[in-house]
Design a protein around this ligand. Structure first.
Ligand code: ADP
Length: 241
């Protein structure tokens, strides 16, 4: 579960996240949608505990900067940053040691196989293509069997096989009760599995929808997205008024 209350993040005077509050339950896949610069990555980095911010963020009831939260949190950044001088397999070993995992080898093997990295296990981080770096980043985040996972634009740069595999993994995570946030500006990439969507603009959440409500009302996610982002305003007045 992720619970965010009044998250505000400023870069000097610029407000990149403006009083964001949201809740995502176990087993839910939430999409953070919005145009470039809306504040999606900033929010994800705040949740991951990488930035200072005002407000509160809880991961499964733990403050997001606590060790308890970090133990159960996986983060796949927008720009992968593998260790240049560790091989693919050594990345798995590093994470296993850092998180004190036991009997992790089989899971690591399965992950690198599914991401088509098994035959590249001896390649150094710096020798991997951008897409392969993205794949190793996904394997590292998922090796710990996180209860909460943050994906920042995960489909950008992945080949079709990896996109398909990642989507299958997302369904599996959902079944296991994992909480997932995916940031994206490509709504069609998340069409099959989203449960909740938050449309961000200018650092604020301008609209929030549950899948069931969208399906019931016949509202189209893409149309909703454009109606919010292209008129540059909130639909909150309409909701409350
Ligand atoms: P998104 O992920 O939705 O594209 P970001 O969270 O990356 O948006 O950026 C939100 C806003 O914050 C943008 O205007 C961006 O220029 C600004 N921003 C992001 N990172 C920094 C930073 N390190 N310093 C100053 N401004 C930043």
């Amino acid at each position: 579960m992720i619970n965010i209350s009044h998250l505000t993040k400023k870069y000097h005077r610029f407000v990149a996240n403006d009083n964001i509050s949201l809740m995502i339950q176990d087993g839910e896949i939430a999409v953070l949608a919005g145009p470039n610069g809306a504040g999606k990555s900033t929010a994800i980095k705040c949740i991951a505990g990488l930035l200072r911010f005002e407000g509160e963020i809880e991961i499964d009831g733990f403050n997001n900067k606590s060790l308890e939260a970090k133990r159960i949190l996986g983060y796949v950044p927008e720009i992968p940053a593998p260790f240049e001088l560790l091989t693919v397999w050594e990345h798995m070993e590093f994470i296993a040691r850092a998180y004190k995992l036991e009997n992790w080898e089989q899971r690591a093997e399965e992950l690198i196989t599914r991401m088509e990295l098994a035959d590249k296990r001896k390649r150094l981080g710096k020798e991997l293509s951008k897409g392969m770096q993205q794949k190793i980043s996904i394997c590292c985040a998922l090796l710990i069997e996180p209860k909460v996972v943050l994906f920042d634009e995960p489909f950008v740069g992945l080949d079709p096989h990896a996109i398909k595999e990642l989507k299958t993994m997302l369904f599996e995570m959902k079944e296991k009760g994992t909480t997932v946030i995916i940031s994206t500006h490509m709504l069609d990439s998340v069409e099959e599995f989203w449960d909740k969507v938050f449309i961000m603009m200018n650092g604020r959440i301008e609209a929030e929808r549950e899948r069931k409500a969208v399906e019931r009302s016949g509202e189209n996610l893409e149309e909703l997205f454009f109606s919010i982002t292209e008129r540059g305003g909130s639909d909150k007045e309409e909701v409350s008024g």
